[in-house]
Design a protein around this ligand. Sequence first.
Ligand SMILES: *Cc1c(COP(=O)(O)O)cnc(C)c1O
Length: 485
Amino acid sequence: MNTPKYDKLIFEISKSGRKGYTLPPNDVPSKQITDLIPEKHLRRTPANLPEISENEVVRHYVNISTKNYHIDKGFYPLGSCTMKYNPKVNEVTSSMPGFRNAHPHTPEEFSQGALELMYRLADMLNEITGLKATSLQPAAGAQGELTGLLMIRAYHDKQGKPRKKIIVPDSAHGTNPASVTIAGYESVNVKSNDKGTVDLDDLARVIDEDVAGIMLTNPNTLGIFEEQIVQIERMLRDVGALLYMDGANLNALLGITRPGDMGIDCVHINLHKTFSTPHGGGGPGAGPVAVSERLEPFLPAPRVVKDGERYRFNYDFPDSIGKVHTFFGNFGMLVRAYTYICMHGPEGLRGISENAIINANYLLSKLRDNYELKYDAPVMHEFVLSGSRQKAMGVRTMDIAKRLLDYGFHAPTIYFPLIVREALMIEPTETETKETLDAFADALIKINEEIKTKKDVVLNAPQTTPVKRLDDVKAAKEINVCYTE
Ligand SMILES: *Cc1c(COP(=O)(O)O)cnc(C)c1O
C-alpha cells in the first residue's frame, strides 16, 4: 500500500521565531511576569505551540477545509439526519448584536427582545405540534428524549403509581432505548409487522400496568407513517400509560398532521434538523420538547411568560423536573429556527414537508429496481433500501457507500435501522433539485452495474478522496497520542 499523501501538520510547517500577530509598541509601564504570577505557577519550559505567520495559518486551515465534505459543498443524503441546506439568512439574524452579544445574566428588562423571541418560538412550536406548552432548554434530540422521560416519570410518581417500563418499537431511533435506560426505565421491545409498522399483537402482549409509556418514532426510521397511531393510543390509555413521540424529523409532518392530534403527550423536535440550524461536525443543537396538558406541570423551569407587554422568566413551577441545561438552552439555535419558521410561514412549512415527501418518493421510484426494498409502503421523508442482493455478489453496503464518495456524494446512513439487513437509509430532504436527485440515483444505479462488471473498483473505493479506504476500527483500537517534547 502506498503511504497516503497528506498535508503537513501545522507543527511541521512551524519555524522557530515566526509570528502570526503584530502588536503595537507598549505604551504602559512593563512588569515582570513574576510580579503578577507566583513563581510556582509558572511553566518551566515554553508551551509547545507552532510558530507560523498569519498567511500560513490561514492557508493551512483553508486548504484543510476544502478536503472536508459538508452541506454547502454537496448532496448529503444521511437518513434520519435531515442534512438540509441551512439558509444563510439564519446567520444574519443570529449575528445581530442584540442577540449575539446577549449575556445570560443580562437583567430581564434589558433582554426583552431575546425573551420575546423565546416566548414566540415556544408558541409557534405549540401550534406546529398541536400541544400545550414547550420547553426550549434541551440541547439535542437525545436530551429532549431524556427530558420527556423524566417528565413521564414525574407524572406517574405524582399519581402515586411509579412504573418500570417503556415500550420501544424495533423501528425506533437508537437513541430511544438509550434514553429509556438512562432515565432508569426498562426498555421493552415490540416488533414491526411486515408492513414496517408496529405489530399490534406484539404490542398487546407487552402492555401492562407497569408500562409508563411508549416511545414512538413517527414516521418511523423506515420513513413509514404509523397509521395505527389511534389504536396504539387507545391501547396505552387503557393502562394509564403515556405516549412519547420522537419528532426529530418533523419535516415529514409540518402542516399536514400534528403529534397533539394523534394523542401524543410529549414530542421532541430537533431544531437542527427540521428547522435548519447547522449540525453534523459539532455544531450545537436544540431539541425542544412540547407537551400535553398532562405533562405541562413537569416541564423544565424557568419558562418565559408574558405579563401585559413585558416578558419574564417564571421559576415558580413546583412540580417542574428542574433545569436540563445551563441558563435557557442554546439561544443562537433558537434565533435561527425562529427565523426559518417566520421566513416560511404556515403555508411554506407545509410546502417543506410536501417537498420532502415528494423528493423521497421520487428518489425511491428511481432506485427500487436496482436495490431491494424490504418494506414496500409509501414513504414520508426518507426510505430504506437493502444491499442484500449486492451482498450475495460479494459487495457489502459499506463498499457501496465508499464508492458513492468517488461519485462526489456523501454516503447515506448505512446498517441502520437494524431491522433491514445491509440497510441504506436515504433522506434527500426538500432542499435538493431534481437534477441533484437524478445524479445521485444515476450514481447508485451505476454502482450496481459496476458490481456486475468491475467489482474490484467498488471493493477498492474510494480512490478520489483525500484519504482512501480507512481501517474503520484501527483508530479506536490503537490510539496514537502524538506530541513532541
Ligand atoms: C437525530 C435523531 C435523534 C437524536 O437527535 P440528536 O440531536 O442527535 O441527539 C433521535 N431520534 C431521531 C428519529 C433522529 O433522527
